[in-house]
Design a protein around this ligand. Structure first.
Ligand code: DX5
Ligand code: ZN
Length: 220
């Protein structure tokens, strides 16, 4: 049985107060910090690069879960690992050389993740199952926080769980990203999810620290 984890997405945090925001998340029991890197090409939004990831790393006591939504990820993975990424996830749609980039991440001794957009079939990752530690299922179209959870994600999660079982790869962690809230986290957990990313669901709550605790109580 894998440990279930909450990974708050800093995309919805107040960056003018990031030190305080991170301390609040840690006090609430956040297991990871989810960091969304966007380049304005792979997705229609721009966020931040290795410099900011490194600043977050200097403040954070918990591992960094870095989600790359960028083209040519192979050109940048070393810099994000140097900046302090503990999990580094690339999109299967972002490069024709997924296997090569995953090998590069693994050679640096951190966890390698692969992410699938909502339309991307599960069998696209069949040939790299032996090489990855994490599968990130997008439950919204990547680019922005605050979107609604796409209901078909639940079917995809169930299929993914049987797929991993069939391929004897149940050690791979399954992460869901987008529209995860207190009111749907139980259903998502039951469909087979290990790591729950939540941005607006946590930061828009009156008390983000309590919200993490509530979410953790539901998934455990
Ligand atoms: C979307 C990002 C998500 C986003 C989730 O492209 O990958 O991590 O921050 O935000 P919420 O939880 O608000 O949907
Ligand atoms: Zn993300």
């Amino acid at each position: 049985m894998k440990n279930k984890k909450i990974s708050p997405s800093l995309l919805s945090a107040d960056f003018s107060n990031i030190d305080k925001e991170i301390k609040t998340l840690e006090k609430g029991g956040a297991d990871l910090l989810h960091i969304d890197v966007m380049d304005g090409h792979f997705v229609p939004n721009i966020t931040f690069g290795p410099f900011i990831v490194n600043a977050i790393n200097r403040v954070s006591k918990i591992p960094l879960d870095v989600h790359l939504m960028i083209e040519n990820p192979g050109n940048y993975v070393d810099r994000f690992i140097d900046a302090g990424a503990d999990y580094l996830t690339i999109h299967v749609e972002s490069t024709p050389h997924v296997h090569r980039v995953i090998q590069k991440i693994k050679s640096r001794g951190i966890k390698a993740g692969i992410s699938l957009n909502p339309h991307t079939p599960i069998n696209t990752i069949e040939n790299i199952l032996a090489d990855i530690d994490l599968i990130l299922i997008m439950s919204v179209n990547p680019g922005f926080g605050g979107q609604s959870f796409i209901p078909n994600t639940l079917n995809k999660l169930k299929k993914l769980n049987s797929f991993l079982k069939k391929h004897d790869a149940e050690n791979i962690e399954i992460e869901v990203d987008g529209g995860v809230k207190l009111d749907n986290i139980k259903t998502i957990s039951d469909a087979g999810c290990d790591i729950f990313v939540s941005g607006s669901g946590i930061f828009n709550a009156q008390n983000p620290m309590e919200m993490i605790k509530k979410m953790k109580n539901i998934i455990i």
